[in-house]
Design a binder for this molecule. Sequence first.
Ligand code: 5GP
Ligand code: ZN
Length: 145
Amino acid sequence: MTDSPSNRDATEPDCLFCQIASGRLPAKLIWSDDQAVAFLDINPWHRGHSLVIPRRHLGDGAASPQAWHEVAAGLTAVAERMKNHLGASGINYLSNAGAAAGQEVFHFHVHVIPRYDDQPGMARLMSRDPAAAQDLDALAASLAD
Ligand code: 5GP
Ligand code: ZN
């Protein structure tokens, strides 16, 4: 899909993240504006691991400066809440573009990953923590304002 203004509002009926953005599928929403939505990742690497996505469908952000503008407010708002409400002391931003890069859901998304002092460093970025997947309702509530 290209980035022309004519398809800025396009959604794909079968796309998982289009369905989350439109409310047709449930997710632990933590932030939204008219252009983007943020929600908890279902399989978190660290407590509070979230995704920020544009409301419109776009496969990835590699060729679209506009798409990054659409998610920018969410990227900063969510990171601030992770620091203020979860005690995160660092943030990783990650966006996989293309299957070779590990992308599995082909609707542009940016991982916002809060990092804590007890598991520092890049080598620990993708270490799955079962505790991070617990109490997602409470976690979403604490990140939602
Ligand atoms: P990718 O590898 O495409 O960058 O990452 C996709 C992310 O989406 C993964 O971290 C995965 O856990 C997350 N994910 C996949 N399906 C769902 C879902 O139905 N709900 C939520 N909240 N996250 C999902
Ligand atoms: Zn989509």
